[in-house]
Design a protein around this ligand. Structure first.
Ligand code: ADP
Ligand code: MG
Length: 277
């Protein structure tokens, strides 16, 4: 037998590249009655193709962290890098797509015109846009609604439009701030299914903010758990469920229930601390 290493041993040494690096991140807001510490010394890394959930109770600083990663908000201390390039406040990075908490579709544009907005800004011709927009509409399950205006759609459908408006630009890195937070449970599960199907295919690097443990366990490969305000890193752990995942079947499984209740003890403590404030 020759001394050839098995393939697994060889590939195991080539770790995926770091895409998002957050080091000793701090944020203080100036208030009338003194400074509010929103984020306190947070460090983590998101590697190529990872789906990471940033999980913590409301007000713990999740949006603040995401906005500093996106360069939308100035840091008080520490650093953020995308692909080892320092993030500069106010600078646009075309590798990064952002999906906001509230649906941010333009009410005066049709579904098609909303989804194609970024391509229009980028200078794509009408014909070049049309095919991409049509594919995005099908992916989102919005066939037949291309000419509809947002006011005629449900909240879930509007959020699908917002999602596709970002995804059509093919961002390598996707930052999402509780994008399904306003949706009812049933609609949320349908959105999870759609997002997972897209992610299984594209494998974007995702940083997904949520206060919903079930959502984090359904979607993420890794969960970064933050403490109640000021947001500090409390735990960082892998989510072991196999892929592809079916959100409904996964939630009904015993292993999901076990992990949920295990983490809940940790998270529940954080929620009680928030209420005591
Ligand atoms: N622009 C701001 N000015 C002052 N305080 C803010 C501002 N933005 C957020 N905060 C405070 O920072 C803390 C974290 O907020 P945020 O990041 O929005 O929490 P989360 O997204 O986890 O719900 C909260 O106490 C919030 O009130
Ligand atoms: Mg928030």
């Amino acid at each position: 037998m020759s001394e050839v290493l098995p393939m697994t041993a060889m590939t195991a040494t080539a770790a995926p590249a770091d895409r998002i690096t957050v080091r000793n991140l701090d944020k203080r807001f100036r208030g009338a009655s003194g400074d509010v510490v929103a984020v306190d010394n947070v460090s983590f890394t998101v590697r190529q193709g990872e789906f990471v959930a940033l999980l913590g109770p409301s007000g713990c600083g999740k949006s603040t962290i995401l906005n500093m990663v996106a360069g939308l908000l100035e840091r008080s201390g520490g650093g953020v890098a995308i692909d080892a390039d320092p993030v500069v406040h106010g600078a646009i990075n075309r590798k990064v797509g952002y999906v906001f908490q509230r649906d941010t579709v333009f009410p005066w544009r049709t579904v098609e015109a909303n989804i194609g907005y970024g391509l229009e800004i980028a200078g794509d011709s009408k014909t070049a846009r049309a095919a991409k927009v049509q594919r995005a509409i099908e992916t989102a399950g919005l066939s037949g609604f291309g000419r509809s205006f947002p006011r005629t759609l449900s909240g879930g459908m509007r959020q699908r439009v917002a999602l596709m408006r970002t995804l059509i630009l093919e961002p390598e890195i996707l930052l999402m701030d509780e994008p399904f937070g306003a949706l009812d449970t049933h609609t949320k599960l349908e959105m999870h299914k759609t997002l997972l199907e897209i992610w299984e295919r594209e494998r974007q690097t995702v940083l997904f903010v949520t206060h919903d443990l079930g959502e984090a366990l359904t979607l993420a490969s890794r969960i970064i758990l933050l403490s109640a305000r000021p947001g500090r890193l409390k735990e960082d752990f892998e989510v072991p469920f196999a892929r592809p995942r079916d959100p409904v079947a996964l939630r009904e499984s015993a292993e999901f229930g076990r992990l949920y209740s295990h983490i809940w003890h940790s998270l529940g403590e954080e929620f009680r601390r928030t209420k005591a404030d």
